[in-house]
Write a protein that binds this ligand. Structure first.
Ligand code: DQA
Length: 147
């Protein structure tokens, strides 16, 4: 089993970017934690980040037939990208949406996720732990499917 982790715009700047909101861990550090968790669970994991909407969509398409689950932080694309949403629903791969910050407690425009209706679920507000919780959720989904 393999999980693909996909991060959208500006998440390459984690650690530097508004640390009061997003924390002090770099994306690399977050990915290192996820790899440890995946190794312990005996599953494969791959990482991808892009600032470009089309590259995120291409990556979701590439996941078809390759990934058993997707952990997705679409960044600001969360709030308006019907194209990313359509890619997620087209791929038919269980996808958990994650956010470091609690998007529901922030500016009005962040309260809406156009991705959430096509995701298996959403985890927001736990900082870097949103990713590890999201991976745990995906592992549960995969176990349930096998049972
Ligand atoms: C984010 C929340 C988004 O609103 C924002 O545009 C981001 C990061 C988060 O992880 O909290 O880029 O997805």
């Amino acid at each position: 089993k393999t999980i693909w982790v996909i991060n959208g715009p500006n998440l390459n700047l984690l650690g530097f970017r508004e640390p009061g909101i997003y924390g002090s861990l770099s994306l690399q550090a977050i990915e290192d934690n996820l790899r440890k968790q995946a190794d312990a669970a005996g599953i494969g994991i791959t990482f991808f980040q892009s600032n470009h909407e089309g590259a995120i969509i291409d990556r979701i398409h590439e996941a078809i037939g390759q990934a058993d689950g997707i952990l997705l932080n679409p960044g600001a694309l969360t709030h308006y990208s019907y194209a990313v949403r359509d890619a997620v629903s087209s791929a038919r791969i269980p996808t958990v949406e994650v956010h470091l910050s609690n998007i529901h407690a922030r500016e009005e425009f962040r309260h809406t996720s156009v991705i959430a209706p096509v995701a298996a679920g959403q985890i927001a507000g736990f900082g870097a732990a949103s990713y590890t919780l999201g991976l745990s959720a995906l592992l549960q989904i995969l176990e349930t499917r096998e049972a």
